[in-house]
Design a protein around this ligand. Structure first.
Ligand code: ACO
Length: 421
């Protein structure tokens, strides 16, 4: 494609145009400052591409999401979360042998070092599980000092370590919060069953995960597995670009995910729905708050930087919430309330004009609740699902021929030079 000419202060420079496989175009401005002295300014990065990637494609206007070319609607409910992880990491779905090998290594590496279990004692009983999760993932690096290595085999081994062990840490965070004994992973169980076993097993009684819960969790994890350059994935790339080890980079992503504008929204949605219910179910009042520029209230689980159409994940989750609750014979008034809020919002000019639709977090908490997962664990569940995406992006970045430390610039607006005198 022909380069684009940009004129800055009568100085014209030619910028190469990068064309993606889905007809997206980017202007390569890497020579801009060198040749003109100017930089671009894009707070929030809404117009800035930070990398070239082969992993996930989103068309926010059309509501399209594809992992490695496969539409999310084709993957959700049809393959397992571990197959999805393999696909994101390796670019192709696994053969039967590859799948067996991958699952086996995830099962084999699920235990954390015995000494690490004692770290949990240092957290207060009411520690938020996200605080525990991000600290413990950083701590994992101390038990895997080879994570500084650039050897491909060691890199792949530590990717498996993270996928396998983080679910154990997540379950232990829940057990710690509830004052329950830790339950070791069971090598006979698959990824999702094993997680549910570590969460809900009781030393008095044998636990068998309800297949409805296994399927629902599998679906939710797949839907969260990747979303290209979102805030937490960009954080993983940014932290990893200093060549910090993979455990540190993933832990940075977990911290970025925690915020209520990102993955923390799933917890915030349920808290919001509970508040509205307590306030006499007067949801129309909260729609007015959300529209009021003098109120800090936002409709949590609504809106997205990229989707200006219905988030395809939310569509699938909404349907699944109905199915799971029916199968489990649960009647959750929060689901009815969420649907009422959605209906009013989608017919309101404020939301229509701004392209604000339910996002992945709007209905996911309803399913987690039905599974018996407490609200403060919701973002941990998101993190578990997002691990394959973070790891795939980290791996793609460190292997990229364009690899560079990420270091944005700024326009300084503070005081000019002054003196103490
Ligand atoms: N409720 C009310 N108004 C909203 C909402 C909302 N949830 N979201 C956006 N708006 C309004 C803004 O006030 C703004 O209005 P204006 O043009 O009159 O100023 C307009 O819509 C555009 O919003 P921005 O904040 O500029 O959009 P941005 O792309 O920066 O933010 C975000 C996206 C953070 C997701 C935002 O929609 C939001 O805060 N949503 C609620 C939190 C949430 O659900 N986050 C999860 C997102 S999905 C994920 O990360 C997994």
């Amino acid at each position: 494609m022909k380069p684009i000419k940009i004129k800055v202060n009568n100085q014209e420079i030619e910028c190469p145009v990068i064309e993606g496989t889905e007809n997206e175009h980017g202007i390569n401005i890497t020579q801009l400052r060198k040749k003109t002295g100017y930089i671009t300014l894009d707070p929030g990065y809404a117009n800035t591409g930070a990398c070239i990637s082969k992993i996930t494609f989103i068309d926010g206007e059309k509501g399209i999401l594809r992992y490695r070319g496969y539409p999310i609607e084709e993957l959700a409910g049809k393959i397992s979360f571990t197959e999805t992880a393999y696909l994101l990491l390796n670019g192709e779905l696994p053969s039967q042998d590859e799948k067996n090998q991958f699952s086996k290594s995830l099962r084999k590496n699920a235990n954390i070092h015995e000494d690490m279990k004692r770290f949990f004692d240092g957290f207060p009983l009411n520690a938020h599980p996200m605080a525990t999760l991000s600290s413990m993932v950083t701590a994992l690096s101390a038990f895997h000092p080879d994570s500084e290595s650039e050897d491909e085999e060691i890199i792949n081994k530590n990717i498996i370590n993270i996928l396998a062990k983080v679910k154990t840490i997540a379950a232990y965070s829940y057990r710690k919060y509830n004052g329950l004994p830790f339950i070791y992973p069971n090598q006979d169980l698959n990824y999702v069953e094993n997680f549910l076993h570590m969460m809900f097993s009781d030393s008095q009684e044998e636990y068998h995960a309800d297949p409805v819960l296994v399927d629902a969790l599998n679906l939710l994890l797949i839907l969260h597995a990747d979303h290209e350059q979102n805030c937490s994935t960009s954080t993983v790339r940014l932290a990893g670009s200093s060549k910090s080890n993979v455990f540190g980079a993933i832990s940075s992503g977990i911290s970025a995910l925690w915020g209520p504008l990102h993955g923390g929204a799933n917890q915030a949605v349920i808290e919001m729905l509970k508040t509205i219910k307590k306030d006499g179910n007067n949801y129309k009042k909260y729609i007015e708050y959300a529209k009021d520029k003098n109120s800090p209230f936002r409709l949590m689980g609504f809106g997205h930087r990229v989707y200006k159409n219905y988030d395809p994940r939310a569509k699938i989750i909404k349907k699944a919430a109905d199915q799971v609750l029916t199968k489990l014979k649960i009647n959750d008034p929060l689901l009815d309330l969420a649907k009422q809020l959605e209906e009013v919002a989608l017919n309101d000019d404020y939301f229509v004009q701004r392209g604000l639709y339910p996002n992945v977090d709007f209905y996911s908490g309803i399913i987690y609740r039905a599974m018996g997962i407490p609200t403060n664990m919701f973002t941990v569940m998101f993190a578990l699902g997002r691990l394959p995406g973070w790891l795939a992006h980290w791996k793609e970045m460190i292997n990229s021929p364009d690899f560079k430390i990420n270091r944005p610039r700024q326009i300084y607006t503070g005081p000019t030079k002054r003196s103490l005198k």
